[in-house]
Design a protein around this ligand. Structure first.
Ligand SMILES: Nc1ncnc2c1ncn2[C@@H]1O[C@H](COP(=O)(O)OP(=O)(O)OP(=O)(O)O)[C@@H](O)[C@H]1O
Length: 253
């Protein structure tokens, strides 16, 4: 999957993505980081084909993503976002079945057996008949992850999946994402606000600012206080924490 010289603007006044060229590394974990408004979510939408590039191309398996039908896209790319449409009364099983809709026309015709493996992958198989609303935030996020996995995607996109989760659930979700990537070789594209989390989990990072790619590299190559300070517009120091490793501290003056 790649972007070639992509430009995008929501309105006439300002360009949100400018001449963006980059390749998503296959079977790895890529995280997009940058300050608020840098264009991270817009990039995800361009990669998913939900926004058309103004100029340039977005290619999936060497084919413009725009040429894929909605159903084809749904079996290649799945998204877990930070907020979900709330379906009253829906059970965990029914939510996961929504991920099977690219393969069926009706939720009611999908047997429980078909979705059990996806719940097993997120370690929630015993909750299949529980109402979604009765679960904790962290468990609900894992249900949405199971629904995305039920699409059997080649690419799994997660837009700030740990927002609203406490630190314990954040770590659990990050470990699960890593496990899915390692065991199933799914290409993961993440947006994370916590840069230390990004540096810890990623194989590759895109650092972006004002809609432009500042750097694309392995995390260890981007551990540069000057580069991070300039990109985020605030003072950054990198310290070494025993039993953790390098830790990026953002200082507000
Ligand atoms: N639907 C929209 N209409 C107009 N402008 C938009 C729209 N969505 C985003 N923008 C603008 O595009 C720019 C990039 O937004 P985007 O949400 O992609 O950034 P982001 O890096 O994901 O930000 P954040 O970290 O705050 O979530 C911002 O200036 C934003 O105000």
């Amino acid at each position: 999957m790649e972007l070639r010289h992509v430009d995008y603007s929501y309105g006439a006044s300002q360009r949100q993505i400018t001449d963006f060229t980059a390749t998503v590394p296959e079977s790895q974990i890529l995280t997009i980081i940058g300050p608020n408004g840098a264009g991270k979510s817009t990039l995800l939408k361009l990669l998913m084909g939900t926004l058309p590039p103004e100029h340039g191309q977005v290619l999936v398996d060497n084919q413009p993503v725009a040429q894929l039908s909605k159903r084809q896209r749904a079996t290649k790319i799945a998204l877990v976002s930070q907020q979900h449409q709330v379906y009253d009364e829906m059970t965990v099983g029914e939510v996961v079945k929504t991920g099977r809709l690219p393969f069926h026309s009706l939720l009611a015709t999908i047997p429980d057996e078909e979705i059990r493996p996806f719940l097993t992958q997120v370690h929630l198989e015993e909750l299949i008949h529980r109402p979604l609303q009765s679960l904790s935030g962290g468990q609900q996020q894992r249900v949405w992850l199971a629904a995305a996995l039920a699409q059997e995607p080649q690419y799994l996109f997660l837009d700030e999946p740990t927002t609203y989760l406490d630190i314990r659930y954040q770590q659990d979700l990050m470990s699960l994402i890593k496990e899915l990537n390692r065991t199933q070789k799914i290409t993961i594209v993440l947006i994370l606000h916590d840069i230390n989390q990004a540096f810890k989990i990623s194989d590759w990072i895109w650092l972006i600012k004002q809609g432009r790619l500042v750097a694309a590299d392995e995390p260890v190559k981007l551990l540069d206080a000057q580069l991070l300070s300039t990109t985020f517009g605030l003072k950054v120091e990198i310290v070494t924490v025993p039993d953790y490793g390098p830790y990026i501290v953002q200082l507000s003056d």
